[in-house]
Design a protein around this ligand. Structure first.
Ligand code: CAA
Length: 264
């Protein structure tokens, strides 16, 4: 899989980590149909690949993660039905939501509009100082169409989210960290990528089912009442109690050795 170019997405395997690069540096990684299709397909492929335990998404070039939807490609003349037909099968949003492996965004520079929505859909965000975030869709007569109105309030609360959604104003990396958009800050783009890869590498060595179940429980639980969420957690926990990886973890602890997980 190393070095294969898939439309506007580069896929590179580094150990058990798949690094997906949005590869339109000249257009600041604006999301066109090619990126939309390529990212969905790449995510599906690496999620199915047993050699991959975690995924990192990064933007090519010095200037940013992604400036969002390709404004030059927004086709106002398309009928609503044509637009729906074009966008729905390629939505990375649904693909990201159903990805079982952890996905980490390594962010630098501009992270705007659909680019920010892509970052919000990832599980973790490592952000380089100098990054700028905004959801400027209302200035274009739109609203976020990639999950921004739903994910941002869930992530940082309604009040702060509405501030960003209504004003479209940009915030810097420090503010993104302060309000909970960034999980971690890094000094530079290369350090953000290195840190994202380091976290992904750690996660890829963990028992695969436990990592995917914790993600499923936390994400699905957000849309449930507490009792239902606890029930889901209990059922996933019960499944893991009889897993070989769980037995191996306990045996390795007893034997004072490193566990060897098989993903089973
Ligand atoms: N779509 C397509 N191309 C874009 C783009 C975008 N969103 N943003 C930048 N580019 C292109 C520019 O057209 C330019 O290309 P050319 O060299 O061929 O002219 C190149 O990237 C560099 O951009 P600038 O020359 O504008 O660079 P700058 O430093 O002066 O400004 C910027 C950078 C502030 C990011 C500015 O380009 C900008 O404001 N871009 C628009 C950002 C935006 O509004 N994003 C939201 C899109 S809507 C969306 O995402 C909604 C959704 O979910 C559907």
């Amino acid at each position: 899989m190393t070095g294969i170019k898939e439309k506007s997405i580069l896929i590179e395997q580094r150990g058990a980590v798949a690094l997906l690069t949005l590869n339109r540096a000249k257009a600041l990684n604006a999301i066109n149909d090619s990126i939309r299709h390529g990212l969905s397909e790449a995510l599906r492929n690496v999620d199915e690949d047993p050699a991959v335990g975690a995924i990192v998404i990064v933007g090519a070039g010095e200037r940013g993660f992604s400036v969002g939807a390709d404004i030059k490609e927004i086709r106002s003349h398309d009928s609503p039905i044509a637009t729906r037909r074009r966008l729905i099968p390629t939505s990375w949003i649904e693909v990201l939501d159903s990805t079982r492996k952890p996905v980490i965004a390594a962010i630098h520079g501009f992270c705007l509009g659909g680019g920010m929505e892509l970052a919000l859909a990832c599980d973790l965000r490592v952000v380089a100082i100098g990054s700028e975030f905004a959801l400027p869709e209302t200035t274009l007569g739109l609203i976020p169409g990639g999950g921004g109105t739903q994910r941002l309030p869930r992530l940082i609360g309604l009040s702060r989210a509405l501030d960003l959604l209504l004003t479209g104003e940009r915030i810097d990396a420090d503010e993104a960290f302060r309000i909970g958009i960034a999980n971690r800050l890094a000094e530079s783009s290369s350090e953000a990528l290195a840190e994202a890869l380091r976290i992904a590498e750690v996660l890829s060595t963990r028992p695969r089912a436990a990592i995917s179940y914790v993600k499923e429980a936390a994400r699905a639980g957000l849309d449930m009442d507490l009792a239902s969420g606890l029930k889901l957690e209990k059922s996933l926990f019960a499944l893991l109690t009889s897993s070989p990886d769980r037995a191996e973890a306990a045996a390795a602890f007893r034997d004072k050795r490193k566990p060897i997980f098989t993903g089973a």
